[in-house]
Design a protein around this ligand. Sequence first.
Ligand code: NDP
Length: 492
Amino acid sequence: MAELERRQDRFPVPSAFDYAPAPESRDIVTLEEQYGLFIGGEWVEPRSSEFEATVSPATEEELARVAFAGEEDVALAVDAAREAFDDGWSSIAPSERAKYLFRIARILQERSREFAVLESLDGGKPIRESRDVDLPLAAAHFFYYAGWADKLEYAFPNRRPRPVGVAGQIIPWNFPLLMLAWKIAPALAAGNTVVLKPAESTPLTALLFCDVVRQAELPPGVVNIVTGDGRAGAALVQHPGVDKVAFTGSTEVGKEIQRSVAGTGKKLTLELGGKAANIIFDDAPLDQAVEGIINGIYFNQGHVCCAGSRLLVQESIYEQVIAKLKRRMGTLRVGDPLDKNTDVGAINSKQQLEKIRELVAAGEEEGAEIFQPACRLPEKGWWFPPTVFTNVAQSYRIAQEEIFGPVLSVLTFRTPDEAVEKANNTPYGLSAGVWTEKGSRILSMAQRLRAGVIWANTYNRFDPASPFGGYKESGFGREGGRHGLEPYLRFE
Ligand code: NDP
């Protein structure tokens, strides 16, 4: 380990407690050397004959080689999904569909440690998060939608809900298994079959999920997983046999997808980027708010579309909040994702690290003041220390663009009106946080903020029953809750 120290003399921070390493054993995970595609309930070799390595971002170790699907492979997967749809999945008793979903939820719970270790290995997120957040939420999603499968007539009374057909689903690398659950659970509950493409850098939990699909004895072809890069994603979006496209990822690719499905009649939901404001009023419980700020931006290394990446602090408490925040940042432990004491893990990929570095350099050049607590970063792998920028103007790139890393930009405000104006001054509209002890202020802020999700006196809290989605360039359509079923249904 090389010591990388960046200290800010004006704000001495306490050093983190020394903890003995507490690594989670990786023995529970059995990796194949090479993975094919999961089509029609079988592992098949890709017609493309292409394979690429997936690596651990914490060590750069090659974990496995994974198939890269071509157009022909994607077409086979769509055909398998269509066949499964026509041959029974769309017409079996909804209570039977529910049983499969319950089964999947229970298997995910039973195998949660295996999935959590694999998620942290492949994606770099701390095991504490994959174990305590990703896995319980993924299982909860299947439980939740299992409950809706035989109640669709009650969920949408007098509208005769029917499945759409084959869903083409494309997910990103920040919450690989959880995004898979967000996509697959409502689609199956509504009676659709799916072809899902995981992100290139984090395919392994989706591939392990194929084993769960088999264990649950889901009929072949109901769930198909095609690994690959953006070309496979584009082929899936463009395939005429796909009836509904669901995408989570960058705004740029989202726009491309919207253009490509325009006029085809395919249903579309897009869950894209964000640049959320986390707003702290002077009557907020400050210690709790500081925890909320930390959780809002450093959870999952800031690779979170709804991350509270713009902190808006009321001017009268600015000095106090910043001092507390810097002190708390000094106690964050950055390092081995498999260590149970780790708070901030590895950056998901080299490309993402480069993007973060570029935007941080832009912030420094534009005149913002940077603070990073003293911390040791491992020599191998991709890492970035928790970072906060003060003296940020609204026009700076770090206040406008999604950094998708552990980097916070701080702005100030004097009045609620100014807070609303600054919070809404973004092309995005996915989420926001409000910290105040006044309930009436929470309600009035929630009405005026243009964001799909608004947390009050908490941040980054998720529940399968609660719809999630954005406004403006953050996309459209909702995932989660009863609303999350609607994109997977047509009404007669
Ligand atoms: P992308 O939007 O490129 O990736 C998301 C998914 O879409 C991946 O599975 C990707 O495959 C696939 N994909 C890529 N190109 C296409 C295409 N033309 N048609 C269909 N599917 C496609 O995100 P990146 O991984 O490149 O990340 C870039 C930036 O996007 C991040 O820095 C961050 O700002 C933002 N982002 C936002 C996310 C969110 O949750 N809102 C999630 C991830 C990223 P492949 O992995 O092979 O490229």
